[in-house]
Design a protein around this ligand. Structure first.
Ligand code: UTP
Length: 297
């Protein structure tokens, strides 16, 4: 059985939930303290043993390509000034096996993944959404690869979400739990109404897929929101070969949402060696102030 070596990071969405910041800036470049979101995703891929990464970019995504390229002028300047710590940080993002392709129109996540057909070839691969951060002892992508090594089947990461939020996600109709705690799945449904949702297990931003998904995506008609939905293609794949779901029990940060972004920045800031003490004190003082104002009302 082929090894999982390749990852696709779709980063060509319009990011309408984050306007106006995303008018000219890719949301995947929004920094969490001092690191662009997409760099965390690339690091998760590398920690999971991925060797080759394709980033699907769209309009105003040049900054992503530039971020992972060398910047001679900046590096020269930092060297001249003896700023070796900063130089090390800048160096971290160069020399990674990254490739880029453009999605000409943001027709949906399924269409973004379809752009990776030639890059992936006939191998299993992972899809890692460029605006979803996952924290766990073992990276989620690595968990999915370990599942694949045992089952040789596609596996989609899911997580319990509040019932009223299911309509923002793809949702699974689980059939039962078997091998390694994986769910067998009856159906995958994109953005169901809460009253029609088959469960509260929502598809989150990590997928391990077999290459047969591409033939399905090639023919996939637009679905919810008039977009080519990856969930619909996965549902079709599940009719001809097993597709499992793994429930993620770590922490997920939705950076593409304004409130999600704020929470991510605060939590990562509380772990950042340079700012964590000051930030903690700031939050404590702010809490006291808010408490006082609340009591005075
Ligand atoms: P989202 O639905 O979160 O992205 O897609 P979006 O459409 O940019 O966001 P909003 O809802 O308008 O704020 C999940 C991921 O899929 C990528 C996005 O960049 C994001 O990382 N995507 C989505 C594409 O690459 N192409 C698309 O056509 C749609």
């Amino acid at each position: 059985m082929p090894k999982v070596r390749k990852a696709v990071i779709p980063a060509a969405g319009l990011g309408t939930r984050f306007l106006p910041a995303t008018k000219a800036l890719a949301k995947e470049m929004l920094p969490i303290v001092d690191k662009p979101t997409i760099q965390f995703i690339v690091e998760e891929a590398l920690k999971s043993g991925i060797e080759d990464i394709l980033v699907v970019t769209g309009k105003s995504k040049r900054s992503i390509e530039d971020h992972f390229d060398s910047n001679f002028e900046l590096e020269y300047n930092l060297k001249e000034k003896g700023k070796h710590d900063l130089l090390k940080l800048v160096d971290e993002t160069t020399g990674i096996g990254l490739h880029f392709i453009r999605q000409s129109h943001p027709r949906g996540l399924g269409d973004a993944v379809l752009q990776a057909k030639a890059f992936v070839g006939n191998e299993p691969f992972v899809v890692m959404l460029g605006d979803d951060l996952m924290e766990d002892k073992t990276p989620l992508t690595k968990q999915l690869i370990e599942d694949y090594d045992k089952t040789h089947a596609s596996t989609i990461a899911v997580m319990k979400v509040p019932h009223e939020e299911v309509s923002s996600y793809g949702v699974i109709a689980p059939q039962g739990r078997g091998l390694n705690g994986l769910y067998s799945v009856e159906n995958f449904v994109e953005k169901p109404k809460p009253e029609e949702a088959p469960s509260d297990l929502a598809i989150i931003g990590r997928y391990l897929l077999t290459p047969e998904i591409f033939d399905i995506l090639d023919k996939q008609a637009p679905g919810a929101g008039n977009e080519i939905q990856l969930t619909d293609a996965i549902d079709t794949l599940n009719k001809t070969q097993r597709v499992f779901a793994r429930e993620f029990t770590g922490k997920r940060f939705d950076v593409g949402d304004k409130f999600g972004y704020m929470k991510t920045s605060i939590e990562y800031g509380l772990n950042h060696p340079q700012i964590k003490d000051n930030l903690k004190q700031y939050i404590i003082d702010l809490g006291k102030k808010l408490d006082k104002t609340h009591k005075e009302k």
